[in-house]
Design a protein around this ligand. Sequence first.
Ligand code: GSH
Length: 203
Amino acid sequence: MKLYFAPMTCSLSPHIVLRELGLPFELVRVNNQSKRTADGRDFREINPKGYVAALVLDNGEVLTEGPAIVQYFADRVPGNSLAPANGTWERSRLQELLNFITSEIHGGCTPLLNADIPEPTKDIFRQKLFKRLDYLNKQLIDKDYLLNAFGVADAYLFTVLKWLPFFNIDVNDWKALGTFMARIEARPSVQAAIAAEEATQPV
Ligand SMILES: N[C@@H](CCC(=O)N[C@@H](CS)C(=O)NCC(=O)O)C(=O)O
């Protein structure tokens, strides 16, 4: 299968999960501006929504949306600890978390990346994001991971919190979040994923 990615974007989350699970995959870089891919295609033909991540299976099926992709990966490896079993209460808890990260943190960062939004408006979004970070910080005060063990939600949260320096936000202002970031960054899968993305050529 092929994972279409762009460096330093949300596609890092499924990339980390692939490495954690030891699943075989090919990484294909996408230019998020031109929409050209490293394997010579127009990315919009693969994902008409035009954004990474996109997963192309060997049978040609395409899966998009980070939270769906990481759960698909976890479900391919029975008994792994990255996601609770489908249909369990714990799995609903994971989905609650993934939805929170995607809508409140990932979605909350999007306006801060937009050069056309004036600073006073960005401040409104920044304050809202701070409330969400306060919440996550409380969740992590006495825990190493969002659920019982490292899992797909941690990979996703790590990925989106990596953007904070671009908005001049210091994650260490939230002590538990700062510790969480260092803990996740130290994982071999995370180191390997970041290094592999950096080693690809621009498209
Ligand atoms: N809802 C999507 C959002 C994906 C997304 O925002 N991708 C960004 C990178 S983090 C992107 O590729 N943006 C380029 C664009 O929208 O043209 C998901 O969760 O996978």
